[in-house]
Every structure is written in C-alpha cells, then in structure tokens.
Design a protein around this ligand. Structure first.
Ligand code: DGT
Ligand code: CA
Ligand code: CA
Ligand code: ZN
Length: 575
C-alpha cells in the first residue's frame, strides 16, 4: 500500500474538494487542503501517531486529527462519506481537468446535469455552456484544452506513483520461498518521466506459486491476463503491472530484454546478428546451432557482444550503443555525487517544514552545503517581505555557525514577463545564491519567452533557472521559447539550468538536457523540497539527469563549495 501519510492526505484532499464542490465554506475547504499537504509532507508515519502527535503536524487541528484517527482505525471517515454521497463520482472527475475548479464543476453539474468528462465534452460541442454565467467562449475553449492535456497523459502515471506500486509488489514477492531474484524492469528501470505500466521480473524455478501470490496482493483491482510465464493485473488505482517469471539461468537476458527500450534492444540485436548470434529474452545463442552462450547476468550478455554494460537510463537508442562500442559512454552523475541541494523551501513561504527541520533532514543526508531559497516577494500569495527575508538570513547564519554543513541563503525569484526579477541589485547582492523561475504568463509568444529567459540569464545575481519549462506532467504543457537561444545565453553568462527532481516536474526534461549540454550549459539537480520528505526525491532528478547523459562535471552541486562559490562570484563580477 501507499504510505499511510499519502492515503490520509488523499482522503483529506478529497474532503476539501468535496466541501468546495458542495458550496461549503471556502475557508474550511482550505483548512483541509492545508492539512492534506501537511500530512503528505510529514516525515513521521501518521499511523504511529496519537491524537496529540497528529496535532503537531502543520495544518492539522483538533477536528482534523480526530478524523485522521477515525480513518486510521476504521478505514472510513464519516464526514467524507457523507459528502461523497451528495456528489456523483463524475463531478470529482471534472475537477481533475486543468483549469476547472470546484465551483465551475458544481455549476456544470447543477445547471446542465453534467457528471462526467465525456458529458462535458458533449455539452461544450452542443454549445450548451454559452447560456451559463461565467462560461464564455474563452472558458469553454480553455476547458477543452484542459481535457486534451488530461487525455494526452494517455493513462501514464508519474514515476513516483509507479515506483511505489513496484516496491510494494517486489517486497511481497521477494518474501516468497521460491523467489530467487525480483526487480522492476521497463520504463521504470530506465527512469522515464512517466510510466505506462510497471514491469516486474522474478527468477524462480516454479512460477505457479509466484503468479498465485501476485494475483492475491491487496493492491490488485482486477486480473487482466494470467499464464505461467506472464500475468498482468490492474491495481485498484488503475495502473497495470506485468509480472514475468523466468528461470534463474535466463535472468540476465530477460532483464536486458524487458528493460528495453524496444529501440535499444533492436540496436543491440543488430550487433548480435552481425556476430552470428541470436539474442532473445531467453539468452544469447549461437545462430547456427542454437547453443546457449550466456544469459545469467546482463553484464555477460553485453560483454559477449563486445560491449560494456550500459546503464538502463541510457537505453533509448540515442547513441549509447555506438558510444559503448567506442568506449565513450559518459561517466554518469549519481546520487552519491550530489554535495548539496540548491533549491528548497521552508514554512516561511509555502513549505510545510520549519527551517530547523529542513536543515536536520539535509544534514542526515550528509550534505556538505545546502541552500534555503524561499519564494520572493512578487508572488503575492507567499506574503514575502524584505524584513522576513533578512530575518531568515540572520537566523540561518546563526544556525550555520560551527556546523559541518555550509548554509547558503538564497531565494527563488520570479521572472516577470519582461525578464526582470523581484529585487534590485543591491538587495540581490545580499544573497549567497539565487534561483529564478517563471511562475506566471505562461502563454507569452515564443519570442517573448526567449527574451524573458535570456534577460533573466543576463542578471548577474541569477545563478540557476528553476524548473525551466514550467511543465506539470499530465497537467500543464511546457513553455516553448527558442531553447537553443536560451541555452546559449545560459552558457555564456554562467547560469545553470535546473533539473528539478519533483516527480510531477522533472524539468528540464531529458531531451532538453541533452540539447543544453551540447551547448555548454551547466546544471543543478535540485529537489525544490517543500518538506523534509521531499529531499528524497533527488533520485528522480538523478535519473532524468542520467537520461540527459550528464556527468558530475556538468552539475554544479556535485562541485566543492569552493568551486561552486567561484562559479557564483565569476558571474557577479559582470555586475
Ligand atoms: P511504458 O510501459 O510504456 O512506460 O514503456 P516500457 O518500455 O516499459 O514498455 P513495455 O511495458 O511495453 O515493455 C517493457 C519492455 O519489454 C520494453 O521496454 C522492451 C520489451 N519489449 C516489449 N515488447 C517488445 C517488442 O515487441 N520488441 C522488443 N524488442 N522488445 C519489447
Ligand atoms: Ca512498462
Ligand atoms: Ca509492460
Ligand atoms: Zn518554483
């Protein structure tokens, strides 16, 4: 199962949505929404907390804590069930459409009887929205666009959600007596930014009990297909999981085959054919007499083809097979190379953990340095002021005293439509490091966006462009400036591009990382953590960075503090 915190947070979020949809008190809805965020971001498993412990969670008051206890002990939340009974399931589906809030969803249901996404499309196409107050032609077009974005995700899920399911399946199957090895393959092993289905591989002499146990797992919603070699299920949340059981001696070949990508496999098979060999999920064979040569480990399979082992994150047929043959595979950046996180938040703005909690979590990861970069003042929702920023800096400097982990005081600046940022040079000069991000005006023309990013890069105090494309996977499309021009400006000015590790961002995406790297850009792999638990999302950013062929030399937060400071100082000298 998902972490109890996630399950509880989802219930509270649904409760907040239902309050809003049913026209309840907006303030109450926000209270539960805040509580959901607090619970999701809380480091302690909520199932281990009592009422008092729960009330310590940011955003959780007494009545929310009572609901959580009720939910954890009975599996139900009476208040939630009551509201659920009032709202058709399809209406909840409507608010998943980007740009359609609870109020509009409820109006559509009340006025037009719309209770599913399909019905909404029909209503728009039939022009039935035009009579509704607050639903002009532009709104209808926006809604259609939102539905398109939603559907474009094509049933793919975030890598974090897929990993959670995979880990639960693997933990259960690994505990079975006949299971010799168990791991995930497919796009999840390759670290893609979205996952179609989860592929799990088991090595065992007897597949039957493994398949049987698999179909009995609590997360199974339905069994799609079952057989001795492959069984597919759909989880209760709709994600497909394919399980293949192979004999232990075929493990390497099977893992290689089911890791893919298909395009990589085709390229590798071509090499086999040229050498008079045959490669399949069962092994590497001599073509003339079908003698099995190797298949126990992936390394053997690649070696027998005259290749070094190729990291799964590179297996996309983007030149990795040629690089392997020439001995020019990149020395990929790993989680162990990262010396510090350079984009993080606290509860001074929209984070849920305190500064002290974030620092403790960063120290526990063994970081040498750590930047606190709360939101800057031009984002009205965050209520940031100069005084608050300066007070935080003072506090940070006191906390840094004598500690082994260096602390950098920074901010996540907002790049305004013209490319300017929140503060003037004098104030900016007081920061140790600045991230600058686009948080508004996503619909500018490509030319306007290009100019905006280039100008931000030219600011001597902007060190990192945060989540550059601003995409939210499955929810918001990336912005599209002339990236080559932006990357050239970044390289020329000594501005790093972020690889934001948050699973719904993963931004820059891998193709753009490759393009930027070719133009000499440096990168920072950051979590954008809003809670202590988010610091662990670094792994997803590392996978995307590897898919972009990044080495430690390309990534400024693998560097020593001295070198990082020199990078920042060099840019400031242009001021
Ligand atoms: P996904 O699930 O859409 O995120 O992407 P994958 O790569 O996990 O694709 P999936 O689940 O259809 O198949 C897993 C792996 O199995 C795939 O990466 C390579 C291998 N595979 C599947 N079908 C074929 C095929 O027809 N030919 C070859 N060469 N490999 C295949
Ligand atoms: Ca898959
Ligand atoms: Ca599959
Ligand atoms: Zn941001």
């Amino acid at each position: 199962m998902a972490r109890p915190n996630e399950v509880v947070a989802a219930a509270l979020q649904e409760y907040a949505d239902l309050i809003a949809i049913t026209g309840g008190d907006a303030f109450r809805a926000r209270t539960y929404e805040k509580a959901a965020r607090g619970v999701a971001g809380h480091a302690t498993d909520v199932a281990t907390l009592d009422l008092k412990g729960l009330e310590q969670i940011p955003g959780v008051g007494k009545s929310t804590a009572e609901k959580i206890v009720e939910f954890l002990t009975t599996g139900r939340m009476a208040a939630l069930e009551q509201l659920r009974a009032k709202v058709p399931a399809g209406v909840l589906e409507l608010i998943a459409i980007p740009g359609l809030g609870p109020a509009k969803a409820m109006a559509l249901h009340r006025e037009l009887g719309v209770s599913s996404v399909d019905e909404l499309v029909h209503a728009i196409e039939a022009g039935r929205l035009s009579g509704l107050r607050g639903f002009g032609a532009k709104t209808a077009a926006n809604i259609l666009h939102g539905i398109e974005v939603l559907r474009h995700s094509g049933g793919r899920v975030l890598v974090s959600a897929a990993l959670e399911v995979a880990e639960e399946v693997i933990a259960a199957l690994s505990a079975l007596p006949g299971c010799e090895k168990c791991t995930y393959a497919g796009s999840l092993r390759r670290g893609r930014d979205s996952i179609g289905d989860v592929d799990v591989l088991v090595a065992s002499r007897d597949s039957k009990p493994i398949m049987a146990a698999f179909t009995e797992l609590p997360l199974v919603g339905e069994v799609i297909a079952g057989g001795p070699a492959k069984t597919s299920i759909r989880t209760t949340t709709g994600l497909q999981v394919d399980l293949r059981v192979v004999p232990p001696e075929s493990w390497g070949a099977a893992l290689q085959y089911f890791t893919g990508s298909k395009e990589h496999n085709i390229r590798v098979r071509e090499i086999a054919v040229r050498k008079g060999l045959k490669l399949s999920e069962y092994g590497l064979f001599r073509a003339e007499d079908d003698t099995l040569l190797v298949s126990e480990t992936e390394e053997e399979v690649y070696e027998r083809l005259g290749l070094p082992w190729i990291a799964p994150t590179l297996r996309e047929d983007r030149g990795e097979v040629a690089a392997a043959r020439n001995g020019t595979l990149p020395d990929l950046v790993t989680e162990a190379d990262i010396r510090g996180d350079l984009h993080t938040h606290t509860n001074l703005t929209d984070g849920v953990s305190t500064l002290e909690e974030m620092l403790a979590a960063a120290r526990a990861r063994g970081y040498r340095y750590y930047a606190v970069t709360d939101h800057a003042k031009n984002m009205p929702m965050q209520r940031m002021t100069d005084a608050k920023m300066l007070a935080q800096r003072k506090k940070l400097q006191a906390l840094a005293e004598g500690g082994k982990m260096a602390l950098l005081h920074g901010s996540e600046l907002n790049i305004d439509p013209d490319g300017a940022v929140d503060w003037d040079a004098d104030f900016l000069a007081g920061f140790d490091i600045c991230v600058a991000s686009v948080h508004s005006h996503f619909t500018q023309t490509p030319a306007e966006l290009t100019e905006r990013f280039v100008k931000a890069c030219e600011n001597p105090y902007v060190n990192i462009i945060g989540h550059p494309t601003t995409r939210l996977i499955g929810r918001r499309k990336p912005v599209e400036p002339d990236w080559d021009a932006v990357f050239d400006a970044a390289a020329a000015t000594g501005t790093a591009m972020e690889v934001n590790a948050f699973p719904d961002r993963l931004d820059l995406p891998d193709e753009l990382i490759m393009r930027a790297r070719e133009r000499g850009v440096k990168f920072a792999i950051n979590t954008d953590a809003h809670s202590t638990v988010h610091l662990d999302m670094l792994r997803f950013g590392i996978a995307i960075a590897q898919r972009g062929w990044l080495t430690p030399a390309d990534v400024i937060n693998t560097w020593t503090l001295t070198r990082l400071k020199a990078f920042i100082a060099a840019k400031r000298r242009t001021a």
